[in-house]
Design a protein around this ligand. Structure first.
Ligand SMILES: [Zn+2]
Length: 401
């Protein structure tokens, strides 16, 4: 009996998720259209919609167009039914955003704190950032569905623990549990590139795709892998350390202690050094961007070579995983065609027959807040994802709020 009830609850929640997602993706939409697209009965749709309107997740829009008879009432997602907080941890501070249910930023802030080797400072800084953001945004605490945190490293997302971060010099640092206790708000933690992949899946270039890759180019080289609609994490959460695949064993030494990692060849600080060496004088990252934009011959030659090195590594990745789409993001995308034209050309020419032709490559315009918005979508995902048996459904967050 208990099992039957559990199955009934799960089925109801599966249907609820389906309806929320149809409205999110295709709204404003009528009840009749929802029934048609979901293949659920009109009576089932009426029940689910009534509950979602009561919770404030859906709202009814005046009237839609109609050719005959009574005009239908249209339903839309009420993006102000709840808010989430997204935080990106960096070596020397954090970026915090408050977003609504549509992942639109209603408040953002930067704070400076030295976090390298000091997890305790990070916990205090996160608490402060959350309290300040709530005060400054005017969002009430009871409207906050959760906090999402993204950081570089190997993260046990299930436990909310940073197992290892070579950028922050952290090992086995629990984040979710102590923060949840202090702030009385649920907390999710994940690798920062995985948070970007989640953001693409629910709100960006990954909507509707089952298999895609998100590669970040910047201070480091990161990879988020989505297979069968799920983030692929590997045995201990370390999958996607793409920056540390060795592409030149005799190459320059890497921060990780090995030599010739992809990151040691094409990350932004390395490119600044390579260009400085080629020009015979020290240039800054900003000057590198300027010179690349103006087509400086020496600079574009170095970037074109780096694009080829990155493209070759990506071609091997595409041959291995056969994604539908490759999304390139991160602050490094500002380097533009000088680097990414040769990258694309190399991917097209070096990928196994047919696998590149069916795949498209999207290069995302970049804003620094994208990392924190990614972290916020860790929470939003809970709202929109289909429930797994035995786990609470995301809509319970709103019912409690
Ligand atoms: Zn390395």
């Amino acid at each position: 009996m208990a099992l039957q009830k559990a199955n009934r609850d799960l089925m109801r929640d599966l249907n609820t998720s389906l309806v929320v997602n149809l409205v999110k993706g295709g709204g404003p939409i009528s009840r009749a259209e929802l029934a048609r697209q979901s293949k659920l009965s009109p009576a089932t749709i009426t029940g689910i919609v009534a509950r979602l309107v009561r919770l404030g997740v859906l709202s009814e829009l005046a009237i839609g167009p109609s050719k005959l008879g009574r005009p239908p009432v249209l339903l839309r997602l009420n993006e102000r039914a709840g808010y989430v907080i997204g935080i990106k941890l960096k070596e020397h501070g954090l970026t915090t955003v408050v977003t609504n249910l549509a992942a639109e930023v209603v408040h953002s802030a930067e704070s400076d704190t030295h976090l390298i080797g000091d997890p305790q400072a990070a916990l205090v800084a996160i608490e402060d950032a959350v309290r300040h953001s709530l005060t400054e945004s005017g969002v009430k605490r009871k409207m906050v569905l959760g906090i999402g945190i993204g950081l570089a490293g190997v993260i046990d997302a299930g436990q909310g623990v940073c197992r290892y971060s070579h950028i922050l010099h952290w090992q086995d640092v629990a984040l979710s549990e102590p923060l949840r206790r202090k702030l009385q708000i649920p907390v999710w933690v994940d690798n920062d590139v995985n948070t970007l992949a989640v953001a693409e899946k629910w709100f960006g270039a990954g909507i509707g795709l089952k298999h895609f890759l998100t590669v970040t180019v910047g201070r480091g080289i990161g990879l988020g892998i989505v297979l069968n609609g799920e983030i692929y994490r590997g045995a201990i959460g370390g999958a996607g350390e793409f920056g540390h695949i060795v592409v030149a064993p005799d190459g320059p030494s890497c921060q990780c202690g090995r030599s010739g990692c992809l990151e040691a060849l094409v990350s932004e600080p390395v490119l600044v050094n390579r260009i400085s060496a080629a020009l015979g004088r020290q240039v800054s990252a900003d000057e590198m961007l300027e010179l690349a934009g103006s087509g400086h011959a020496v600079v574009t030659a170095v970037l074109a070579e780096a694009g080829q090195q990155l493209g070759l590594a990506l071609a091997n990745l595409v041959t291995l995983l056969n994604p539908e789409r490759l999304i390139v993001s991160g602050e490094g995308t500002r380097l533009g065609p000088a680097m990414f034209d040769t990258m694309q050309e190399r991917i097209r020419s070096m990928t196994f027959d047919g696998l590149a032709a069916q795949m498209d490559i999207v290069i995302q315009p970049w804003g620094d807040r994208a990392w924190a918005i990614g972290a916020a979508t860790l929470v939003l995902r809970e709202l929109f994802s289909l429930p797994v048996a035995g786990e609470p459904h995301g809509l319970a967050l709103i019912a409690e709020a």
